[in-house]
Design a protein around this ligand. Structure first.
Ligand code: COI
Length: 355
């Protein structure tokens, strides 16, 4: 691969001030781009001023949604250094998404290096206030200009950056979640395990319905029997039931979260018994009724560890952990964010200082 060329902007933007940075609103001054065609493979890696894409109306992604993305963060530690968290894992998962979506694979190490260079250039955009970070959004989309259905022969790869505060408007306070009974997000054999935009498009109607009813997000059931717990809109989901941690096993329709994987390792190392298995909604609601459902929380890059204060199902609301943050979620949040922000020892080598 060629060396990454850099063209600096002449029009620097104002950075958001203060601790309350809304999620996903601001973008930085530069972005990383590279392109794919059959002759050259991935080529022309470049850091350029952040700017809109020009698109032909027949650009294939607009019609057939051949698009994938990733989500990762850069954190500022107490010494002012910038850290990434397991960035290789994101690009390995991106390659799994590429494979399912017929997109040519990327070079994991090269993409990690591109992110490091871009974040280093934009390091002043990594916010300093507690619970803020720089969200990193790599994505790839089909760019052939063609109205017929086939895998594109050309692609755009891009990385944009966004300084963010907590994902949920409630901050770190527990979220209320509605269990969705009608729409489904994904089925086995489909694209549920990938981070493709289409998965999220299919989730929007239920998300809107949940928001209208005052819930933060939906909890999805499996697409075949609508019986087993899968994941929440923007996070994987974990429960403490009868003293054990239970989370849906990866089955092809659930996103293999990097935060999920990290949380499971931390929980096992803290001595919890962890079960990755099928968990039916009936078992979950039964546990909520008999008091053995002690805690529920989500995990995700954007969501970090988000306690779930209540679950709504078939007209009933089940309050969990008295509607507050349970001790396991709090401990996990403290350890995970401690590693991410370099506040606690990292025996795993997950947190990488980049500048
Ligand atoms: C993430 O956690 O990074 C996500 O991609 C979830 C969401 C913002 C789509």
């Amino acid at each position: 691969m060629d060396k990454i060329s850099v063209t600096l902007t002449t029009n620097y933007k104002e950075k958001p001030a203060g601790p309350d940075i809304p999620f996903g609103v601001f973008t930085t001054d530069h972005m990383f781009l590279m392109n794919y065609d059959r002759e050259q493979g991935w080529h022309d890696p470049r850091i350029v001023p952040y700017a809109p894409f020009q698109m032909d109306p027949a650009c294939m992604v607009l019609h057939y949604a051949q698009e994938i993305f990733e989500g990762m963060k850069a954190y500022r530690d107490e010494e002012g250094r910038i850290r990434l968290f397991r960035p290789e894992e994101n690009f390995k998962r991106m390659n799994d998404s590429c494979e399912r979506m017929s997109i040519p694979k990327i070079d994991v190490d090269f993409c990690v290096e591109a992110v490091k260079q871009l974040v280093t250039l934009e390091k002043d955009w990594v916010p300093t206030a507690p619970n803020t970070s720089l969200y990193i959004r790599p994505f790839i989309f089909a760019t052939d200009i063609h109205v017929g259905v086939h895998a594109s022969h050309t692609y755009q790869f891009a990385v944009i950056l966004s300084p963010v505060g907590p994902y949920y408007a409630t901050g770190l306070a527990p979220v209320s979640i509605m269990i969705e009974e009608d729409d489904v997000r994904a089925v086995r054999g489909g694209t549920g395990f990938t981070k493709c935009g289409g998965n999220y498009a299919a989730s929007l109607r239920a998300g809107e319905k949940a928001e209208e009813k005052g819930f933060s997000q939906v909890l999805w059931l499996d697409g075949v029997e609508r019986k087993y717990i899968e994941e929440v809109g923007s996070m994987n989901v974990l429960f403490k039931i009868g003293g054990k941690i239970v989370t849906p096993a990866l089955n092809g329709s659930i996103l293999p979260g990097i935060t999920r994987k990290s949380c499971l390792q931390l929980l096992r190392d803290k001595g919890y018994e962890v079960e990755e298995r099928r968990l039916s909604v009936d078992e979950l609601i039964g546990a909520a009724r008999d008091g053995s459902l002690e805690e529920a929380f989500g995990s995700g890059t954007a969501a970090v560890v988000s306690p779930i204060g209540s679950l709504y199902y078939k007209g009933e609301t089940f309050v969990i952990s008295g509607g507050g943050i349970g001790p396991v979620a709090q401990d996990l949040y403290d350890t995970l964010t401690g590693i991410q922000w370099g506040r606690v020892a990292d025996p795993y080598g997950w947190s990488q200082v980049i500048c």
